[in-house]
Design a protein around this ligand. Sequence first.
Ligand code: TEU
Length: 557
Amino acid sequence: MKKWWENAVIYQVYPSSFQDSDGDGIGDLEGVINRLPYIEKLGVDVIWLNPVYKSPNVDNGYDVSDYEDIQPVFGDMATFDRLLDEAHKRNIKIVMDLVVNHSSDQLDWFISSKKSKDNPYHDYYIWKNGSPDKLPNNWGSYFSGPAWTYDDKLGQYYLHLFAKEQPELNWRNKAMRQDVYKMMRWWLDKGIDGFRMDSISLLDKPVGLPDVPNPDHAKYADAQPIVADGPQLGQYLKEMNREVLSKYDGVSIGEMIGSKVDDAREYTGRDNHELDMIFQFEHVTLTPNPDKRLGKWNDERVKLTDLKASLSKWQYGLNKVGWNSLYWNNHDQPRAVSRFGNDSDEYRDVSAKMLALVLHLLKGTPYIYQGEELGMTNAHNTSLAQYRDLETLNAYKEIVVDEKLVSPEKMLRFFAEISRDNARTPMQWDDSEKAGFTSGKPWIDVNPNYVKINAQDEVDDPHSVFSFYQKLISLRHQSDLIVYGDYEELDPEDGQAFCYKRHYGTQTLLVMSNFTDQSLIRDYGQASGNQLVISNYSDDRGTMLRPYEAKAYLIQR
Ligand code: TEU
């Protein structure tokens, strides 16, 4: 049975940076409502809204202090209800961000939990007896430092895989899980259309919380290999599905760092009744620094053969037994055209379209991160003062200041390539001051290239990146071949072009793309009388692939 989200395209709105309506320099819900006509014009089916719940904002809303109230800087619940209503009037669904691997340390559950060891909420979190000078294990936080913080009053540590203000929820506690399900129902009964589930692969921590191997003698070790995809995770997801998700027609999307294809086959297998699809991280973590002490920080350019191998593994791996989320970037990843394309003046437009075509003609549900449809680029920051993200700032302190592992210049080069703030610069609406994002002082610098990259210049230009995304979205909406066709990679060893086929009944789609600034010759028999469906060049030179050229042919057998 077909599911509504199989031919949907999802647009991710990072509210802080989308549209400010009250001049405080921070985007808000009223701003999203004002921009619904733009989102509708793009043609997407769903908005995934990053967290807008009440929060101390240590991690831009991923530290929730009230799951059933709105962060005042974004507006109030009445405004949220109006957004939901206005979106639905435009046949646009709203998917919320569910952050239940951890909460804020300001959530009432945690405030009660740390009151005493016998408080009913104490076990909603993960505590370990200990002394201030001996950590329970060698785990590090994703945001630098240890994954434990000591509470003097209790004489215990609590676990946090992210910031110390984001204590891990204890999913072994049934009462805690029931409270989460109750909150989920509350939102679904309001009429939202599903959840993107934050860090959901991390819910099941290993019994005994043992040390992890630390061969590179990092100050704190990466716990992900033994935390992600724990043995109980599937049971928790089945319970969540049984008790909540199965009772609604919403979509469930797991953000699953560390998960492999086999894990995903379980999580998204239709008969397993867990999740509908997952965000996996393999293709965006292909260039870890060889020095484990530096974690994700590097300035390596991914090899095309590695990228193709990863995408193909997931296309083949979930074919007919699961479902892929298709994405190049989001609020945690650098901008696609800078990372995988070429953001120079000469090639930005054509390479942004190439990336869009390659992704949107794969099998799965495509995600567009706000501004990607304009070809927005990395920020190209030159100073630490331009960064806001605690992951970035904490890494600088630990790696450059405390440990002196790399120079400030080198770390700034790493940040310019992959800091999350590259994706968090304000949406570029027009060429007016601050790109039309705010009338106030923006919380983070607007990318100075807004004068030449902005929605106003693109929405009515038939040759713009925006218009190219419109065409791809429209194609998907009318083609079972694109939605359901089987994937077949061509020439995995080709380090310059990414070409593949999609097969559905008697139809075949041949997709060809050039990931380089050189002209190539690639012949898959495309020229002989087949229909050119879409191209990022205005003409077709048959077997010639010009710099960043991408095109697709319909081949009738
Ligand atoms: O990200 C979880 C996650 O995978 C982190 O590792 C994050 O991607 C990090 O940037 C990797 O280096 C989710 C949210 O998407 C992220 O914005 C939050 O900061 C994080 O969880 C904690 O809630």
